[in-house]
Each structure stands twice: as C-alpha cells, then as structure tokens.
Design a protein around this ligand. Sequence first.
Ligand code: C2E
Ligand code: MG
Ligand code: MG
Ligand code: MG
Length: 275
Amino acid sequence: RAKAEYDRAICYYEQDMDEHARHRRDMARDLWTAVERGGFYLAYQVQRSVSTGKVTGYEVLLRWKRPGHGDVSPADFIPVAEECGAINAIGLWVLRTACEDAASWPEPYKIAVNVSGIQLAQVDLIDTVRNTLLVTGLTPGRLELEVTETAIIGDKQRALHILRQIKAMGVSIAIDDFGTGYSSLDTLRSFPFDKIKLDRSFMSEVESDEQSKAIVRAILALGHSLSVPVLAEGVETHEQLDVLRKEGCTEAQGFLLGRPGAINWEDLLEASSSA
Ligand code: C2E
Ligand code: MG
Ligand code: MG
Ligand code: MG
C-alpha cells in the first residue's frame, strides 16, 4: 500500500515537472523571439535623497509584454532568460537602451542598471560597458551597475576583476538586495562598492518589528563606518521613511517616492523650478 502511494506521488511529481519544464521551454522560446523582434521596454523608478527628497537617480527595470500573456514580471522571466542564455542579449539591449535614454534627458540624472551574474560570467562586460558609453555619449559618472551578492559568488575573482575595471572607467557599482545573500560581509570586504541597496524585505517590518529595525540600524551603521551610502528599497509608507530619516539613511526608493514607469518630465521640471 505504501508502495502504491509512493508510486502515485512520484507520478504526480513527474507530471508536475513535465509541465514546469514545458512552461519554461515555451517561455524561453518567446524570450528569444522577443530578443529578435522586440517586446521589451524599460520602466524607470526614481531614487531620492532621504534628507532633502531630491531626485538622485533612476533604477532601470526591464518589462516584457509577452504575446498572449500580457506583462510578465522580471522575477518570473529573468531566471528563465538566465537559464536559456537569452539574458546576455537582453542585458545588452537594456544597457544600450537605458544609456541612450539617459543621454537624451534634460537633467543629468544617474541611471542604475541591473546586471545578472550570468552576464558577469559570460559577456565581456568591460568592453560592453566601454563601447556603450562611447556610442551613446553617456558620461561614465552617470551610470551605476547593480549586482547582487549571488551574482558574484560563481567565479568570484573574475567577477571582482571585471567590476574593478568597470569602476576604473568612472562607473559606480551598487550591491543590490543587500542582506539576503549569504556572504554579505565578506563581499563588502573584498570589493569597494559605491552603494549598498538594503533589500526591501527589511522595510516591510521596520516600523512594527524591533528585530528588523535593529538590523536596518546595524546595516546603516556599517555603511557609515565604511563611508558607503545606503539606499533603502521598497519604501511604501511615511512611517518607514521617518525611521530611515531618524537612522540616517542616505537614499530611498519605493512606491511612496515613485512607482516604476515612464519618466514624467513635466512634473519633474515643475517640481524643481517651484522648489
Ligand atoms: P531589484 O533590482 O531589487 O528591483 C527592485 C524591485 O522592487 C522592482 O521589481 C521594483 O518594481 C520593486 N519595487 C520598487 N519599489 C517597491 C515598493 O515600494 N514595494 C514593493 N513591493 N516593490 C517595489 P521588478 O521591476 O518586478 O523587478 C524584480 C527584479 O527583477 C529586480 O529586483 C531585478 O533583480 C530583476 N530585474 C529587473 N530588471 C532587470 C534587468 O534589466 N536585468 C536583470 N538582470 N535583472 C532585472
Ligand atoms: Mg536592482
Ligand atoms: Mg533590489
Ligand atoms: Mg530585489
């Protein structure tokens, strides 16, 4: 009897796996089609100084309108793009398009572009970044690359070499989703990051939970002592922003400060002229 149940469970499991694999295969095929024919676009999310509220830059967030499915979340399609290798071509498109956009903006804001660990491992990112800046005319100081700790763990020495070369061009490097990886402190020690992006999971409980607040405070203190500015992700409420202000956080990003989307220059120019 146990054997029959076991067999049945395995059978369900395999059916599930088949279905899962089929979904991923179909998505991979559609991703490659989008690479060739288009279908991606970029959303920009504002980053602001906590003390003054002034815009400091924009994070570039990739969007995909998948035929027959509508908008798919990058959290769902980036892992598939990484698995099937499409991330390299997609990443090139994101970098190129974002730099072109930013070079044409009326205000010289910084842009922060997410870079996958696969790109770090497989693409000649040093040449890619250099050429993109050259072709688009964007000043290196206006570009920031966001890498997660997990993006660096593969061939760590190689990854750090690449990041150092890119940093030497004047491009800045931020560590993304800080606090959720498993080697945070070691990563910080081995690479001079220009910014720490505190993962948004800490934000959701910062008002109600003393533990979360203590961790946020500790990471801010770490940033202070290393002279690395900390940006808090996922700020959704005024209460959260108040905590960050009290604790001396440098920058913030989140739905409270601006949702990802197209840049509304009229609002921004109006705001800066009336300020
Ligand atoms: P991330 O780099 O940590 O980006 C921040 C994510 O948090 C974005 O999700 C953003 O829309 C979301 N977010 C911002 N403010 C709030 C808030 O107040 N509350 C909540 N709940 N969420 C907020 P999104 O756009 O869905 O992107 C998810 C992840 O996909 C990104 O996390 C990044 O890891 C990856 N991703 C996005 N674009 C790219 C890209 O061009 N290349 C690569 N390699 N990865 C990308
Ligand atoms: Mg990011
Ligand atoms: Mg993040
Ligand atoms: Mg994230």
